[in-house]
Ligand binder design. Structure first.
Ligand code: INI
Length: 155
């Protein structure tokens, strides 16, 4: 008989960190609202949520690593918005944010989920921050809850 492991979405008692970039704050704030809504609806207490602001998405990985290493969090939700401009800057920031968040999760053993919107335009970002394409902050928070529970079951 095989054993199947799946995380559930019960957030009661979980300690959740949120690392969020201030750049494009208009979008980031919508992502934060989505993440908070998801965590609360799944039973995470407000006192168990810590929100850490950083300047931009490039700066999220070291903070996610630090939060993971602290042992104080069951998962870290990473939120930000990177919007393409006229130069290749977008590509560097987006690549480092994505790679760095993955690395933080690998190195700390604490799930770090990717709620960073990468968009070609402000309209595309708005669509992913609580309008017609959902809310990436909500999605990243849900994944954090699932992974936190899954890790505890695997352990
Ligand atoms: N940071 C973002 O979060 N989004 C962006 O769109 C962005 N752009 O386009 O420049 C951005 N840049 C700042 C970067 O994340 C760092 O804060 C900065 O380089 C200092 O380390």
């Amino acid at each position: 008989m095989s054993k199947v492991f799946e995380g559930n979405l019960n957030g009661e008692g979980l300690k959740i960190g949120i690392a969020i970039a201030r750049f494009n704050e208009f979008i980031s704030l919508r992502l934060l609202e989505g993440a908070m809504d998801c965590l609360r609806r799944h039973g995470v207490a407000d006192d168990d949520i810590s929100v850490v602001w950083v300047p931009g998405a490039f700066d999220i990985p070291p903070v996610a690593k630090r939060m993971g290493d602290s042992g104080k969090f069951d998962a870290v939700v990473c939120l930000g918005a990177i919007i393409r401009g006229a130069t290749p800057h977008f590509d560097y920031v987006a690549a480092e944010a994505a790679k760095g968040i993955a690395l933080a999760a690998m190195q700390t053993g604490v799930p770090a989920t990717f709620g960073v919107v990468t968009a070609d335009s402000l309209d595309q970002a708005i669509e992913r921050a609580g309008s017609k394409s959902g809310n990436r902050g909500w999605d990243a928070a849900r994944s954090a809850l699932e992974l936190a529970d899954l890790y505890s079951r695997i352990d």
